[in-house]
Design a protein around this ligand. Structure first.
Ligand code: NAD
Length: 333
């Protein structure tokens, strides 16, 4: 069977997802949710979504009675994820939610609980968890090819433009670069190391307090400590370009990825030479086919993409903000 997906929030990233889904074997766009009638019309025509499967934010709960839709993919600004995910689970649909899943761990836990109560699955759009070159590094790590791991470095950022965009509005974004792009370094640290961190320290720098208002982080460096002593050093920024780079170091070898979390193709090398595995399909195509298998067949991905996984990131994000503010080393778990 094919996963019948309604896209909610028809902005920049939804555009990319929709295009990539045209190559999916197991996922299909069958519904649309938007506050803009013209978008519902143009997207509906482009992707052959009939009028009866087009909704706005007021009447979206009626998706409940629509057998043409199995899952709703929430691709709105961050602050809307919490309520919309809970509403769609309440409407009896599986939910896929973009990252960051919520604004903080409390929101994330509420979302997980609501989906569980509704008996619906909650997945988060962690596209890198299905990315072939990334999975090859994880395979090598699990096979012991790097030996005992000691260190991970994750650098993620870009110079953000338009100061009026929602990403620079605390109320809609929940924060700044860390919520948007630094989360890739954090999440990457966890899947590249393959452990959960036990402490975090962090430092914040702000060079432009006009563009980056109170509560909107421009640049944060953070460090994570893992149980066996592995350390991670990460950079999250909205003020530096060309940062999309992972480095994983062990006693017997290393892996270096650049781009590491961008749309790809992810490229890299290890101590053995250039990474041979490279994606041939867009990441979102691979992601949506894999998510269809998770939701329809109950398959387990190598790196999880469920709500609990996303809550782990949100718990650490809360701790990074607290560490940056207080200067303290925050214990996790
Ligand atoms: P965007 O601004 O391009 O699109 C957001 C959409 O939400 C717009 O169509 C907008 O009209 C709609 N919207 C609905 N209610 C709104 C409101 N109250 N205020 C403002 N807009 C509202 O943003 P985007 O880049 O598509 O990001 C959307 C989500 O996707 C974010 O959570 C972001 O973090 C995530 N994202 C993920 C990736 C990824 O690679 N996984 C990449 C980009 C964005």
């Amino acid at each position: 069977p094919v996963l019948k997906v309604a896209l909610m929030g028809l902005g920049g990233y939804a555009t990319r997802v929709a295009e990539a889904m045209q190559q999916c074997k197991r996922a299909k766009i069958t519904g649309l949710v938007s506050g803009t009638p013209e978008k519902l019309k143009s997207w509906g025509e482009k992707y052959a979504v009939p009028e009866k499967n087009r909704y706005n934010y007021e009447n979206a709960d009626a998706i409940k009675n629509n057998p043409d839709i199995d899952a709703v993919y929430v691709i709105t600004p961050n602050a809307l994820h919490h309520d919309l995910v809970i509403r769609m689970a309440g409407a009896g649909k599986h939910v896929i939610c973009e990252k960051p899943m919520g604004l903080n761990a409390r929101e994330g836990k509420e979302m997980v609980a609501a989906c569980k109560k509704a008996g619906k699955k909650l997945l988060v759009g962690y596209r890198m968890h299905f990315e072939p070159a990334t999975l090859e590094v994880i395979r090598m790590r699990n096979a012991g090819e790097f030996g005992t791991l000691r260190f991970f470095q994750g650098l993620c950022g870009f110079r953000i433009g338009d100061p009026t965009q929602w990403r620079l509005n605390k109320a809609l974004a929940g924060g700044g670069a860390l919520m948007d792009i630094g989360i890739y370094a954090l999440n990457g640290a966890r899947y590249m190391v393959g452990e959960e961190p036990v402490w975090v320290t962090a430092q914040e720098t702000k060079t432009d307090p006009v563009k980056f208002k109170e509560g909107v982080d421009e640049t944060i460096t953070f460090q994570l400590g893992f149980p066996g002593g592995i350390m991670a050093s990460c950079l999250s920024t909205y003020n530096m370009n060309n940062l999309d780079r992972f480095f994983l170091d062990g006693d017997n070898g290393f892996a270096e990825l650049q781009p590491a979390a961008g749309y790809g193709p992810v490229k890299g090398r290890t101590h053995k030479g250039p990474l041979q595995v490279q994606a041939t399909l867009p990441q979102q195509t691979i992601q949506m086919d894999a998510m269809a298998a998770i939701l329809l067949d109950g398959t387990d991905p190598v790196v999880p993409v469920d709500g609990e996984e996303a809550v782990r990131d949100l718990v650490i994000i809360d701790a990074i903000y607290q560490a940056a503010k207080t200067g303290e080393k925050i214990k996790l778990g």
